[in-house]
Design a protein around this ligand. Structure first.
Ligand code: C5P
Length: 302
């Protein structure tokens, strides 16, 4: 059998079409009803046998990506090696980055899922899907979804997934902000804003499921919801201007993507998405704007 010398995995970004957030749990996490939709913006993770664990990154925002063992992709390789008793994970991980960094689009989670699947393939460890998902959940709440892609409801802290049917293609525009937002900081701001308020149990929206199932963009626009949006806007008030610029340019709906600061705009079709992206760039309320469709497949070996 010929050994693989290098393996590349392509892995998608996500947008949360519903992010219902409950009160803080004793472990500090929040119970969620988190409806993930994978979008066709991809990072590519390439792993190659090496004498030691090494990480490199290319792409426009590469300088913002940590290249030490705190990087989730490195932690994924270490976790997989530990699971199989392989000792030191001697591998070079290269991330070709296209997903906005620290943007609320699960770029770091995507790289973790990508590195995990790539190392499993490179090392021939043949980890079961169930075990891969368990390792993903240990790495982070959004990592299991990056592995499976498509659309899914995430319960618990977002790691307990139920796949959802999507009956069409949705056209999105993502406005990339200058600088990132820290996810823990946004959740802490959510806690501050809801202090003394009885936060209801997060419940998924049947109208949203129906909109995904029928592929109807207007119905999806009406059902989009993100409980982290007030917290993201409180930390980054200028995002309100970006949301307004996209709405005025004809987006069916606008919302903060996950914990932000990327903002997401749903358009009626490809042409409308291009017009919204051009208007957002012209408005100078964001660093750049990207058009992307959904759903997209999960982590895939190329
Ligand atoms: O799971 P992950 O490491 O991605 O979470 C990052 C941070 O986001 C957590 O440390 C926590 O502060 C917050 N978080 C949360 N509730 C969740 C998911 C994340 O409070 N369901």
């Amino acid at each position: 059998m010929q050994e693989n010398v290098s393996v590349t995995v392509r892995v998608p970004a996500k947008v949360n079409v519903q992010l219902a957030v409950g009160g803080a749990r004793p472990d500090g996490f929040h119970d969620l009803a988190n409806v993930f939709l994978a979008v066709a913006l991809y990072d590519e993770v390439t792993v190659t046998a090496s004498d030691r664990l090494r990480l490199t990154c290319s792409g426009p925002d590469a300088d913002q990506v940590p290249l030490d063992r705190t990087n989730l992709a490195a932690r994924a390789a270490i976790a997989l090696a530990a699971r199989h008793g392989l000792g030191e994970s001697a591998v070079h991980i290269h991330i070709a980055k296209d997903i906005p960094v620290a943007g609320g689009m699960a770029g770091g989670s995507a790289d973790a899922a990508g590195a995990l699947l790539a190392c499993d393939t490179l090392w021939g460890t043949e980890t079961s899907r169930e075990d891969l998902l368990a390792i993903c959940a240990e790495l982070g709440s959004d990592v299991p979804f990056s592995l499976v892609g498509g659309a899914a409801l995430g319960r618990g802290r977002g790691e307990l997934l139920t796949p959802l049917e999507v009956g069409g293609t949705f056209h999105w525009v993502f406005a990339v902000a200058d600088g990132g937002l820290s996810t823990p900081a946004v959740y802490a701001e959510f806690d501050r804003l809801t202090e003394g308020v009885a936060v209801p149990e997060p419940e998924p929206s049947p109208a949203l499921f129906e909109a995904l199932r029928t592929g109807d963009p207007s119905a999806l626009a009406a059902a989009l919801a993100n409980d982290l949006q007030p917290a993201a806007l409180s930390l980054r008030p200028s995002l309100a201007e970006t949301l307004r610029a996209g709405t005025e340019a004809g987006a069916l709906a606008a919302l903060v993507s996950g914990s932000g600061p990327t903002t997401a705009f749903l358009a009626k079709d490809a042409e409308a998405a291009t017009a919204v992206a051009e208007a957002l760039i012209a408005s100078a309320t964001c660093r750049t704007a990207r058009v992307a469709v959904s759903p997209a497949p999960g982590a895939t070996v190329l």
